[in-house]
Design a protein around this ligand. Structure first.
Ligand SMILES: CC(=O)N[C@H]1[C@@H](OP(=O)(O)OP(=O)(O)OC[C@H]2O[C@@H](n3ccc(=O)[nH]c3=O)[C@H](O)[C@@H]2O)O[C@H](CO)[C@@H](O)[C@@H]1O[C@H](C)C(=O)N[C@@H](C)C(=O)N[C@H](CCC(=O)O)C(=O)O
Ligand SMILES: Nc1ncnc2c1ncn2[C@@H]1O[C@H](COP(=O)(O)OP(=O)(O)OP(=O)(O)O)[C@@H](O)[C@H]1O
Ligand SMILES: N[C@H](CCC[C@H](N)C(=O)O)C(=O)O
Ligand SMILES: [Mg+2]
Length: 531
């Protein structure tokens, strides 16, 4: 348990005001969650400023306030209604975000020091790589924790995540639970928002990884330079005995590792040097990773990067080449990434190749950036056979980077035979206006459909398909909700598409039955005539 002396030792305050001689409770970032004797830390945010809620925190019983400036009404000492023994104690620091991570770790008993920590950053591929690493480590018998966009895993517990990288206090709490479950490794995604907001402050990563960088989140980061700098922060935080696993084929790689003290393990597939794709098909790829052969069930060139990076991360964590290569052969990666949709009501056992081939192929993927959409469409284009029609159904999220919308339109126009524009999560924006923005990037006039209702858009695309159509439903992947006009409701692309495929099969079968009946009747008629 922390006491005030420990707290002051970590913080190095500019000044303090008031006293609190008791035992501080929890560290809290949101005034609405403060309880008696808690420590409230005021953070400046994007919508509001924690400094405006200091009075509320005190009303709720905060014993210690950590802030960048002490509001006037609190700055003169006597705290009339509270005795001097009983706080609040004001602690002024230069940058509250800077110390929030360190303090959160300290309050939780420094859990990150007791785990081998891996942090993965980059625009695309974080969830895929972290899930692959998690799956390999678990297969090899190591108790592993996972934190990322889709889920948080602690021991046997699996929880849906709210953010890709949680706030420093929640993060420290999760790592503490991992330690209590005898976890050896923690694998986490580190988003650019998290790096900018110092959510991973106070954590010393053993392995840092950079997947790639492309346009996204320019609504939040000032420009691409600021976005790269946010990613760079992870590598600046690494010690000299840490390992940085870097995709050197990405043009931003050199900038990301500028001034990085860690050992650099870089890799790439360009120029077929150390890493090569030996074979690819819709069922997966065979890779040569510097002499080690890895067969992966994941398809698509970009997944060669993800698998190679997961492989190197596991080696950096101390696993052997052969064991990682064999575990990767079984690792299926994250849900909602190039996931083949099963018809509703069918079990895995029912899904014979014959059943799959006699219905349209429908994939759900989380591509919500131009680069991801281009990659996944290229992957599907590369593995399709002659005469196959590629139909993409997608939209763009509202209250997010608007510059990516026409770019995604242009990419769909280039690669897909048929396009249906629909809504992603419009959030508080007008769904039609978002679609108009995407439409700006599309020049074609035909084979373009517009249906803002995502359920209807998916159903029509599937029902219109034939067995030589590949339908890609992009943007929402694993998400189990849709946010329209500020309201969240349950929605799952895989369920909606699965239901539509079952309907497609039912329609085909009932057409066959009718045809059979008609043929039967015709046979009877002709028999009668012959008689
Ligand atoms: C833009 C952004 O990142 N916002 C996140 C951020 O909020 P903020 O710091 O801007 O908070 P704010 O609302 O301005 O409030 C400022 C401070 O006042 C405090 N406050 C506020 C109100 C009150 O009554 N009392 C009070 O004390 C707040 O607790 C906060 O400390 O910190 C909050 C707490 O951790 C997050 O919930 C919130 O995520 C919002 C919901 C969000 O949508 N974030 C997305 C954009 C995000 O972070 N995404 C990335 C992934 C992106 C990707 O790579 O794809 C992620 O890591 O998930
Ligand atoms: N290495 C990669 N390079 C480019 N695109 C990729 C790569 N890996 C995955 N993608 C594409 O990006 C999408 C998102 O992948 P993933 O969820 O692994 O990334 P992420 O970085 O975790 O994304 P987010 O920041 O939204 O959580 C995938 O559905 C796929 O379309
Ligand atoms: N972490 C990303 C996810 C985007 C997913 C997409 N479905 C959307 O809603 O835009 C974000 O919050 O920007
Ligand atoms: Mg992710």
């Amino acid at each position: 348990m922390m006491n005030i002396a420990d707290l002051l030792h970590i913080i190095h305050p500019l000044q303090t005001n008031g006293h609190f001689d008791g035992k501080p409770g929890k560290l809290v970032l949101d005034s609405r969650h403060v309880k008696k004797d808690d420590v409230f830390i005021a953070l400046r945010g994007t919508r509001s400023d924690g400094h405006h809620f200091i009075s509320e925190a005190i009303r709720r019983g905060a014993a210690v306030i950590i802030a960048e400036h002490i509001p006037d009404e609190h700055s003169k000492t006597p705290h009339h209604d509270t005795d001097a023994e009983n706080g609040p104690l004001y602690i002024q620091v230069a940058d509250t975000r800077h110390i929030a991570g360190e303090l959160a770790q300290a309050f939780a008993g420094y859990p990150a020091r007791r785990l081998k920590m891996t942090g993965i950053t980059g625009t695309n591929g974080k969830t895929t790589v972290s899930t692959l690493v998690y799956q390999v480590l678990q297969t090899l018998g190591y108790n592993t924790g996972l934190l990322g966009t889709v889920e948080t895993r602690i021991g046997d517990r699996v929880m849906e995540s709210h953010l890709t990288t949680p706030d420093p206090v929640s993060l420290a709490g999760t790592l503490k639970k991992m330690v209590s479950k005898d976890t050896a490794f923690a694998v986490m995604e580190v988003s650019s928002h998290a790096l900018e907001q110092q959510r991973v402050g106070g954590i010393r990563f053993d392995v840092g990884a950079f997947t790639n960088l492309s346009r996204d989140h320019l609504d939040y980061h000032r420009d691409m330079d600021a976005y790269v700098e946010a990613k760079q922060r992870l590598f600046l935080s690494l010690d000299s005995d840490a390992i940085a696993v870097i995709n050197r084929d990405d043009p931003s790689a050199h900038k990301v590792i500028e001034e990085c003290q860690a050992r650099i393990w870089d890799f790439g597939f360009e120029n077929n040097k150390d890493f090569r794709i030996l074979d690819e098909s819709p069922e997966g790829m065979v890779l040569d990773l510097d002499g080690t052969i890895v067969s992966t069930p994941l398809a698509g060139r970009y997944n060669a990067y993800n698998v190679a990076q997961a492989y190197l991360i596991c080696l950096a964590l101390g696993c052997t080449k052969g064991s990682v290569a064999s575990a990767l052969g079984e690792a299926r990666g994250a849900a909602g990434r190039l996931e083949r949709v099963k018809p509703e009501g069918y079990d895995d056992d029912d899904l014979t190749p014959a059943v799959l081939e006699s219905a349209p192929s429908v994939f759900v993927d989380y591509a919500h950036t131009p680069d991801a959409l281009e990659n996944v469409l290229q992957a599907l284009t590369a593995v399709r056979t002659e005469g196959v029609t590629l139909h993409v159904v997608f939209g763009c999220g509202g209250d997010r980077d608007t510059t990516k919308r026409p770019e995604m339109g242009q990419i769909a126009d280039q690669y897909a035979d048929v396009i249906t524009l629909t809504s992603d999560n419009p959030r508080t924006e007008d769904p039609d206006a978002i679609i108009r923005d995407i439409r700006q990037g599309i020049v074609r006039g035909d084979r373009l459909y517009i249906q803002p209702d995502r359920r209807k858009a998916i159903r029509s695309a599937v029902l219109d398909a034939d067995t030589s159509t590949v339908v890609l439903v992009a943007g929402k992947g694993h998400e189990t909700y849709q946010e329209v006009h500020g309201r969240r409701r349950k929605f799952d692309d895989r369920k909606v598409a699965g239901k539509a495929i079952a309907e497609w099969i039912e329609r085909r079968d009932s057409k066959k039955r009718r045809q059979k009946q008609r043929n039967g009747r015709n046979d009877n008629e002709s028999k009668k005539e012959v008689r």
